[in-house]
Design a protein around this ligand. Sequence first.
Ligand SMILES: [Mg+2]
Ligand SMILES: [Zn+2]
Length: 222
Amino acid sequence: MTTAKKRIIFCDFDGTITVNDNIIAIIKHFNPPGWEDIANSVLSQQISIRDGVGQMFRLLPTSIKQEVVEYGINNVQIRDGFAELLQYCKDEQIEFYVTSGGIDFFVYPVLARFGIPEDHIYCNGSDFSGKQIEITWPHPCDGHCTNDCGMCKTTIMRRFPATEFERIIIGDSVTDFEGAKLADVVFSRHYLTDKCKELGLPHTEFITFHDIVDELKKERTV
Ligand SMILES: [Mg+2]
Ligand SMILES: [Zn+2]
């Protein structure tokens, strides 16, 4: 007799739980001179995501902290079916973790409404004690990852070994792809779907979290 593996979900935040990418929305909104050059250097992979995000926020003075935090929280629009997915996970005892490249000052308040405990949320930090906003990186890459991710999704996943867990990843972008390669099940949208197609990685496309609940129910009956 084999013991069923415990199902565990690793879910991205920006562009997945939320409809839009919040980091870019915040930077665009406050529009500090020079941010576009930094964003382009990230896109062309001249600098890492960690460097780029750190540099862009350093363009914003901490004197506008309140405006930045409020914009970050209020700008968020949650994708349909998120509360239902969380309820399904509770009912089925599926562990739910958020693995986000977003920043604590908007990720935690937005998710607090949904009752996700903070120890199930991995994201970057922020320090408003200096003159400029400084992003902090409490979850860096382990020895298996050389991407200088900032918040390293595969490092978190490796703490839940494939021998014990059925690892499910939900994401939307290229930064979710390395995690997708480790996962047993991939739910994708947008760039992550393109990347999975390009490299032949099995995946299920989704639009809302209702689609994911439906698929998880199917998988349960197999
Ligand atoms: Mg994303
Ligand atoms: Zn990494």
